[in-house]
Design a protein around this ligand. Sequence first.
Ligand code: SAH
Length: 480
Amino acid sequence: MLLTITTTHRPATDLGYLFHKNPAKCQTFELSFGAAHVFYPEAGDDRCTAALLLDVDPVGMVRGGVRFREGLLDQYVNDRPFVASSFMSVAIAQVFGTAMGGRCKERPELVKTPIPLTARISVLPCRAGPEFIDRIFGPLGYAMQTTRHPLDEKFPQWGESPYYTVELAGTRTLGELLTHLYVLIPVFDHHKHYYVGDDEMEKLLAKGAGWLASHPQREAITYRFLKHAPSLARQAIAQLEQEDVPAGAEPDADAPKVGEPDDREVSLNEQRIGAVLAALRAGGAKSVLDLGCGEGNLLRELIKDKQFERIVGLDVSIRSLEHAAERIKLDRLPMHQKDRVKLLHGSLMYRDKRLDGFDAAAVVEVIEHLDPPRLVAFERVLFECTRPGTVVLTTVNREYNSLWEGMILEPASAGRPAITKLRHPDHRFEWTRDEFQTWAKTIAERFGYAVRFLPVGPEDPNLGPPTQMAIFTKTTGGKA
Ligand code: SAH
C-alpha cells in the first residue's frame, strides 16, 4: 500500500523539513503490523514527492493473535496488505506525527503556509461507489481524480472492483492534508477485525476538530468510526498500542514516552498523588471519581483509605483500565470491597450519567491530553453535568520545564520566557501558572464554584512548582 505526497512549492525539497525525513534517505520503521518505508521517488527544486510504503504482514498478524472473521483462508489471503485502511492512519500518526501536528523547527513559517500539495492513495477500497469518495473528500475543497480498477485486468468481463486510485490536490498546510487522510482513510474500510484502539478513536474525533462538524457527511463519517468500536479485538488493541512512536522516527524521540516516565516524574508522581489525596480528604468526600484514572496510581491509594466509601475510575483507554484492574487487583477484592470500587470505560467529552451524584472528582494530569477545541465539551461535562461538590485538578506548569536538562528549545531572552519542549509526546498543550489560573477562575465563575491553587513539588522562586493544582468547591447547587 503506497501513499505519495507531492509538492510544487519552491524549493520543493522543503518537503523534507516538513516531514522531518531527509529526502536523500530511505528509512524504515517497524510497526506492530508490519513495516513502513519512507522515501522520496523525486526530490528537485520544482517538484518533490514523499512516499509512505506500508508493508503489512498478514501472516505475522495471524501469528501475533489477530483474529480474522471470515475464516481460515481469509487469514492468509486478504486485501490488508494492498489497500489503504486503518493501518495507514496508524502509520501516518506514528511516522508523520510531528508533521501532522504542524511542528517544524527548521521551517516554522512553512508549517503554517498553505502550499500546493497532491496526495495519491494508490488503492482505496470503496464498496459504496465512486460518488462516496466525492462526498467525503469533495466538501474539503480538494480537486479529485479517481480511477476505478477492474477486478482483473486480464478478464475485463469480470467487471469492476471496489478499489480505486485517488488523487487529491489542493493548497493546504501539510498538517491539514495529513489530518484529513488520517481521519478519512479508515472511513472507507469495511473491515472491523483490526482497528485502532479506543483512545485512538478519541484522537480520530479530536483530529476532526474544526472541520468535521461542518462536513455534510459528518454523520456517515462518525457512524463509520463508531461502528468499529464494539468489535475491537483485545489482541488488536494490545498489538497496536504496544508500539508507540517507533524509536528514532520523530525528532522528539528523546522525550519521555508513554508508560515510561523518567526518574524526575516518578517522585513527582508520588507527591502529586499525596497532594490530591490530602485535598480529597480535607473536603470530606465519601464518594470519589478518578477521571482519566490511567493505570490506577490514585485509585490504589484511595482504596486504602476507609473515608472513601465509593470509588470510580474512568478512562478512555481500555488498555489503561486493564492495567488499573491488575494493579488494584480488582478481581481479587473481597466481596464488600467489590461494590466499593468500579472501573468505567468512557470519555470525558460526553455526558455520562454514571458519573452523577459524587462528592468529589480528581482529574490528575489529564487536561493537557485533551485537544484545546474540545476543552469546552470537557468543561461542561464536568462542571455543568457531573457537578461534584469538589474537583481537584492538576496539570503541568510549563514554566518549570526550563529547569530540566534537555527541555530548552530556545533560552529566555529580553523578558521573553524560554521556549521548551512539552513533557510528553501526547500533551496537546502545557499551561503557565497564569494561563492555568485564568482558565480555572473563568470556569469557577461560569459554573458556580470557588477555586484555590496549591503548588505540588519543589517550588522555584521564579518559575513556580513543577505541577499546579486547583481545588474547586461548589458554591451554588443548581446547574450553570
Ligand atoms: N490520572 C492518571 C493518568 C494520567 S495520563 C495519573 O495521574 O497517573 C492521562 C490519562 O487520561 C490517560 O490514561 C488517558 O487515557 C486519559 N484520557 C485522555 N483523554 C481522555 C478522555 N477524553 N476521557 C477520559 N480519559 C482520557
